[in-house]
Write a protein that binds this ligand. Structure first.
Ligand code: ATP
Ligand code: MG
Length: 169
């Protein structure tokens, strides 16, 4: 399935609008509208919904969440969800995608939730043939990223690209 990632981001932002405006968190969709991935729209929206939903939950009022997408050679996109919230201590990075793992038990409990969101994200990304990760952002904040198989438009395909991608959808 050819999936328009910018449209997915737009749709997820729309569904989160009530809670985001209540918490004064601002979204910026910087994904270029002409770029497509190979995947499953519902799964990709579920991934984005968890990552953007977490940002809304865990960053303070007035903060921003930016979604970007860059080529990740060979034949993938890297989607990046970056916020300028308090960030996460890197000692947690290794375990963050485990089921039921939550960072600050006290604060996280206040927010509700079960600690399953990121384990679901990881399972879905792997199922789509991608990778997932997290890194710190300077001066503060966190970037959750995942990769997706890139759908090339014929005009943009370079000579060394394999033909599998277009044939398999
Ligand atoms: P659930 O998603 O099941 O409702 P949850 O949000 O606690 O529960 P995860 O989505 O797996 O579980 O997130 C794990 C933990 O990572 C969270 O409890 C939170 O402490 C931390 N976290 C996730 N995203 C952010 C973020 N953008 N900024 C700061 N901390 C975050
Ligand atoms: Mg969550």
């Amino acid at each position: 399935e050819a999936v328009n990632i910018s449209a997915c981001v737009e749709h997820v932002i729309e569904t989160l609008k009530p809670i985001a405006s209540e918490r004064s968190v601002f979204f910026r969709n910087r994904v270029e509208a002409q770029n497509y991935a190979v995947g499953d729209r519902e799964a990709i929206e579920e991934i984005l919904s968890n990552l953007l939903g977490n940002a809304v939950k865990y960053i303070p009022p007035g903060s921003q969440v930016t979604v970007l997408m860059r080529p990740s050679p060979p034949h993938h996109w890297r989607v990046m969800v970056t916020d300028n919230g308090p960030g996460i201590d890197p000692i947690h990075f290794d375990r963050l995608f485990e089921r039921f793992y939550r960072v600050d038990k006290g604060r996280a409990r206040e927010m509700g939730g079960t600690g399953l969101g990121l384990s679901i994200v990881k399972r879905l990304v792997i199922k789509l043939g991608g990778e997932v990760g997290v890194e710190g952002v300077k001066p503060n904040g966190v970037c959750f990223w995942f990769t997706l198989r890139r759908l090339e438009t014929p005009a943009k395909r370079s000579a060394d690209d394999v033909d599998e991608e277009l044939i398999s959808i």
